[in-house]
Write a protein that binds this ligand. Structure first.
Ligand SMILES: Nc1nc2c(ncn2[C@@H]2O[C@H](COP(=O)(O)OP(=O)(O)OP(=O)(O)O)[C@@H](O)[C@H]2O)c(=O)[nH]1
Ligand SMILES: [Mg+2]
Length: 196
């Protein structure tokens, strides 16, 4: 394959893991609302309009499945921390996302996106604790790296990694806007999906 992830297409949106068919392999993006999950997917797949993005948090409300090669999926999940009204809404989100994450045998990696400038929030820590507790493979992606001043890049990376008990090299540092880190992450995901 000349350009992995290039021919990715939207397949379906689901409100429950029960509506999904089987896949050979899949990876998923989780993270706070507005952290840049859909933008990252678009950058990785060379298509600006593939997943809908928005300045307003809460754009992605369902489990969105994208097909990238035979039975290989990338799944864009609704963001957390978007307190839209009643607690009922948060429960619905939790059931949808946790149901998906624990219900897929073919899920090879959960990419947890957090903002490179903001660093890990309380909700990011909760998500990471939960992923550890259910023993799901996961990796941190720090988004919007272009928002960190060049003079602070190194120190910021060290601080964010330290807060997570990691080394800077354990984290994928990306900017969907500038393309930073995108080719490496694209190759990693293609490898994860056995596309290489
Ligand atoms: N500066 C900068 N802005 C970005 C980058 N990636 C995304 N954004 C902006 O961040 C906002 C949110 O992006 P989305 O991709 O819609 O975020 P999301 O995580 O999918 O949000 P939800 O679907 O609401 O959970 C948009 O205004 C994007 O243009 C980036 O690399 N750099
Ligand atoms: Mg989104």
């Amino acid at each position: 394959m000349a350009q992995p992830l290039k021919d990715t297409q939207f397949v379906t949106s689901a409100s429950s893991v029960k509506q999904l068919g089987s896949a050979h392999a899949e990876v998923a993006f989780v993270g706070r609302s507005n952290v840049g999950k859909s933008s990252l997917l678009n950058a990785l797949c060379f298509q600006k309009g593939l997943a809908k993005t928005s300045k307003t948090p809460g754009r992605t409300r369902l489990i969105n499945v994208f097909l990238t090669g035979a039975d290989r999926w990338i799944v864009d999940l609704p963001g957390y921390g978007f307190a839209l009204g009643p607690a009922k809404e948060r429960e619905t989100w939790q059931a949808m996302v946790e149901g998906y994450l624990t219900g897929r045998k073919s899920l090879r990696m959960v990419y947890v996106l957090l903002d490179a400038e903001v660093g890990p929030t309380k909700l990011d820590h909760q998500m990471l604790d939960w992923l550890r507790s259910v023993d799901l493979p996961h990796r941190i992606v720090a988004t919007k790296c272009d928002q960190v001043k060049p003079s602070r890049q190194l120190a910021q990376r060290r601080d964010v990694a330290a807060e997570l008990g990691l080394q800077t090299a354990d984290i994928a540092w990306v900017s969907a806007e500038k393309g930073t880190g995108i080719p490496d992450l694209r190759l990693e995901i293609a490898g994860m999906l056995s596309l290489l």
